[in-house]
Design a binder for this molecule. Structure first.
Ligand SMILES: *Cc1c(COP(=O)(O)O)cnc(C)c1O
Ligand code: SF4
Length: 335
């Protein structure tokens, strides 16, 4: 018999928390003391089930159906609306993959989706219809992605994305970076992750050791949309990440009913900075089917960005951008 590397009872704490994530609407509403009748018509399952760790639920306000964190994770019936211009692959990603799971759209950097798994299911997620099973290089496709990186010396930065790359175990991450050694021209590893925010226990010693020892510059781009997402546990996880020499940035998505307010965006930038994180991007929502109710008109988005400029120092201003299929960078929104 092959010995198991990790018996279930020795699961790391974060994996235990992940497996205990809330997966039902009724449980979530009960934890928040919200009468299920208040939450409107029952949504139909869009093939993207509810999922949220308790650590994130703990930051939601009890009894408040409009809580900005709850809104990001609670399925609503509006997700079933078919709205013009909101499609299933809004970024044309399936065309930009030279090998499955590897996106090479922008010069100098490539993005590898290393897993389809996420700790939380954000209702506005632009990858909610992504065919992870076909595009996930964690299994059979990994060697092809690594050969591509090895052959393309102009790619200096590899971005790990997903799903959430930090939902892989430390051992898998280590395995990946060991295999990447054949692409010796890589100088930077960037990780786009929501885990330090939604499940700060993920930032464990093994992860910190892995980051600290990597022979690459490391950047972690967290994904935080509202100041209430940052609590003391998140701050201390971010502080530990920073101590490994990792640069910490944040990207947010502009979301109706969540952060479409200048005071909230200002508070978010200030709170991130206090936690050692600089704002990077503020994304205009990707036009994915099922998320139209979160969208803000460009004019309003630009107004918010302008108001923000009069309140914050330049280094705390995120760049307001959108992603356009076929373009070789994110596009700033401009009047
Ligand atoms: C967003 C994105 C990147 C990274 O863009 P930056 O402007 O460097 O943050 C790279 N590749 C793809 C496919 C992307 O969507
Ligand atoms: S964590 Fe990111 S990839 Fe995962 S559901 Fe949320 S937005 Fe989508």
């Amino acid at each position: 018999m092959i010995p198991r590397l990790q018996s279930p009872e020795h699961k790391p704490a974060w994996q235990q928390q992940l497996s205990e994530a809330v997966r039902s609407r009724s449980e979530l509403l009960r934890l928040l003391d919200i009468n299920p009748g208040l939450s409107g018509q029952l949504p139909v399952d869009q093939g993207f089930p509810l999922r949220v760790p308790h650590a994130f639920v703990a930051r939601m306000q009890r009894g408040n159906i409009d809580d900005p964190l709850l809104r990001q994770v609670l399925p609503v019936s509006a997700e079933a609306d078919l709205v013009d211009g909101f499609g299933r692959d809004p970024l044309g990603e399936q065309e930009a993959m030279p090998v499955p799971g590897l996106l090479h759209k922008y010069p100098g950097r490539a993005l590898l989706t290393v897993t389809g798994a996420c700790a939380v299911h954000c209702r506005y997620c632009f990858r909610r219809h992504f065919p992870y099973d076909e595009a996930n290089p964690a299994g059979t496709h990994w060697p092809a992605a690594i050969s591509y990186l090895q052959a393309h010396r102009e790619i200096g930065e590899l971005i790990l994305s997903g799903g959430d790359p930090l939902s892989l175990s430390n051992r898998r991450l280590q395995d990946l970076t060991e295999r990447l050694r054949v692409a010796g021209h890589l100088h930077t590893l960037r990780i786009h992750t929501r885990l330090p925010v939604v499940l700060p226990a993920r930032i464990d010693q093994g992860l910190l050791d892995w980051l600290a020892r990597l022979p690459l510059r490391t950047v972690v781009v967290v994904h935080c949309n509202h100041p209430n997402e940052i609590d003391p546990a998140v701050c201390s996880a971010l502080g530990e990440l920073a101590e490994t020499g990792t640069t910490l940035l944040n990207q947010s998505v502009l979301l109706r009913g969540v952060n479409d307010d200048v005071a909230i965006l200002e508070a978010l930038s200030r709170k991130l900075f206090a936690a050692g994180v600089l704002p990077y991007y503020l994304h205009q929502l990707d036009r994915v089917q099922g998320a139209a109710h979160f969208a803000l008109p460009d004019r309003q988005a630009m107004q918010l960005a302008e108001q923000l400029r009069s309140r914050l120092p330049g280094y705390l201003l995120p760049r307001l951008v959108r992603e356009c299929p076929g373009s070789d960078s994110k596009i700033p929104l401009a009047e």
